[in-house]
Design a protein around this ligand. Structure first.
Ligand SMILES: C[S@@+](CC[C@H](N)C(=O)[O-])C[C@H]1O[C@@H](n2cnc3c(N)ncnc32)[C@H](O)[C@@H]1O
Length: 240
């Protein structure tokens, strides 16, 4: 299992037995390394060993499809109420940030990725996240398998063709189950909302997730004037 090796503002994701070189020296990671250990480079710089947690995954997993940001993941978790042992259907996997977070909560996730290379990277990412047993990455287009999928508690979508899947929520979701769709543009969002309403879902609601970081300095305190405010629109609904 890979761990984070942290020295001041440096963080490296390394496996037991790995040899890593940087300007701070050569780090030989012992095979029996444990979280909490301090491992020194040959120049004597100490790296503290840490287990990966959710935000570390966002920073360190290999990226393919644009990953969902932790603040959007938080909204998905809060609005769907996804919990341990829930059955979650997700598409597309992309980097797998959302899937990995859901797996770490204890959900059983089936996630579809149409790009075979992305799917392979996502499988490796699930290994790193420690959720390879509960997050199944299927290579393929989710819309090809819709006839064979049913009985999920939560459906999470982050694809352009999400409306095609939303149309099938009455069979994909169990009664009371939740839908969450992430769309970067208003045009896709409108289509998702129209489809969810047409198929009779309850409580169709779209949220624009704007988050402002606060800056505190000697002159005063105010929301940061830098950074990107908008990430995407999240639409939620439930099967009655
Ligand atoms: C924006 S990324 C998803 C990121 C992901 N939610 C995360 O948190 O890392 C979208 C991914 O969906 C995949 N995709 C698009 N349409 C798909 C479909 N119909 N079935 C399966 N995967 C699809 C794309 O190849 C891309 O990798």
């Amino acid at each position: 299992m890979a761990y984070l090796f942290v020295h001041e503002d440096r963080e490296y994701l390394l496996d037991p037995g790995e040899r890593f070189e940087s300007d701070l020296g050569i780090l030989e990671v012992p095979e029996d390394v444990e979280p909490g250990d301090v491992v020194e480079t040959h120049l004597g710089t100490g790296f503290t060993v840490r287990r990966l947690r959710g935000p570390d995954l966002f920073t360190h997993l290999e990226r393919t499809g644009a990953p969902m940001m932790p603040r959007d993941v938080g909204l998905v978790v809060g609005k769907t109420g996804v919990a341990a042992a829930d059955r979650v259907l997700d598409a597309g996997t992309g980097t797998g940030i959302l899937s990995a977070y859901l797996g770490r909560i204890g959900a059983d996730v089936v996630t579809y990725e149409q790009d075979p290379e992305f799917a392979e990277v996502a499988r490796q990412n699930m290994e790193i996240a420690g959720v390879a047993d509960t997050v199944e990455v299927r290579t393929g287009d989710i819309t090809d398998d819709l006839d064979d999928l049913s009985g999920f508690d939560v459906l999470t979508l982050d694809t352009e063709d999400a409306p095609t899947v939303v149309e099938r929520t009455p069979t994909l979701l169990d009664r009371g189950g939740s839908l969450a769709v992430y769309s970067p543009f208003v045009e896709n969002t409108r289509e998702v909302v129209a489809t969810a309403t047409e198929v009779g879902l309850d409580g169709v609601e779209t949220l624009d997730t704007i988050q402002r970081e606060m800056d505190f300095d000697d002159r005063g305190s105010r929301p940061s004037t830098g950074g990107v405010g908008h990430t995407g629109y999240l639409t939620f609904a439930r099967r009655p």
